[in-house]
Design a protein around this ligand. Structure first.
Ligand code: ZN
Length: 154
């Protein structure tokens, strides 16, 4: 086999690949067309990878369901499912923590948010109003501007 044959063969593979990507003309592709083709190919590759990831995700969910139903005898997969159990527990605890943090009361003098169980403001020491309605209203404000406020520790 001489070099021309090798080149022709390689070019043939490249053409097949381009045809698959829906490219009509490819032999005299300009630099711009080449860049566009590469972008299209990369896009298709990314799209295929996304689909694979989605299938993996669905497979994982399916397997986890089976594990929950006690229908899992593979030790490696069981171990992964136990990790999910642990993470779900973490999420539950974090959600509880979030709920606790949302139960806050705003100091009517300095505006600092304090934990609901506090009697006095952690910043200025003023007695905190514990009227239930007031607390609820303040909690809503806190929700809306969640990131802007920091609950100070007692
Ligand atoms: Zn205060």
């Amino acid at each position: 086999m001489n070099f021309d044959n090798i080149f022709d063969k390689f070019k043939g593979y490249a053409d097949i690949a381009l045809d698959k990507m829906g490219k009509a003309s490819k032999t005299a592709a300009s630099k711009t067309e080449n860049v566009v083709s590469r972008a299209k190919i990369r896009f298709s590759i990314n799209e295929a990878n996304d689909k694979i990831d989605e299938i993996y995700r669905l497979m994982g969910k399916e397997l986890y369901e089976r594990y929950l139903e006690g229908d899992m005898d593979d030790p490696v997969l069981s171990e992964q499912c136990e990790k999910i159990d642990g993470l779900n527990k973490d999420i539950e605890e974090l959600n509880d923590e979030l709920t606790d943090l949302r139960a806050v009361v705003k100091c009517q003098y300095c505006g600092v948010y304090n934990r609901i169980e506090s009697t006095f403001c952690s910043k200025c020491g003023a007695k905190l109003a514990k009227d239930e309605e007031e607390v609820e209203a303040e909690a809503e404000v806190f929700d809306a501007e969640d990131e802007a406020f920091e609950v100070t520790e007692d």
